[in-house]
Design a protein around this ligand. Sequence first.
Ligand code: RP5
Length: 159
Amino acid sequence: MYDVSMVMGSVSDWKTMVKGAELLKELQVRHDVRVVSAHRTPERLHAYATALGQQGEKVVIAAAGGSAHLAGMVAAYTCLPVIGVPMVSSFQDGLDSLLSMVNMPAGVPVATMAVGEAGATNAALLAAAIVALSDEPLKQRLQAWRQKQTDNVALRPPQ
Ligand code: RP5
């Protein structure tokens, strides 16, 4: 059983998404990681998206770059919250990924994060926050993580 399903369009996205996966692990969020390409493996996409929820998944994190259709296509199949992470691409540092992913038609939502590693990190935190709505121990772990982050911000730069 998993609370979060992470899916990415290519193995090449893993170098970015591993940041989010590591954070989910640190927060002890049960998660699964898959590679599904909207264009190269359309049948795998259909099988993956229509099975969502069967393993207890509550949230999906979907990462893709370029045309970045994966998150939107997953969202087309499921009413679970879908958090999209646009990948850095060879064109304008991933601005194409961001604009494609964020520009969903009304009626099929994707919560799109920042491009790249910041997006991967925030997707994990947002997914954890959604799961924590019905998981008090996770809520406390998330609050502790945020407090530690706050405590680690130096008052001044090193001299
Ligand atoms: C997208 O195309 C993937 O999500 C990846 O970000 C990008 C490039 O994929 P590869 O050519 O590296 O497999 O579908």
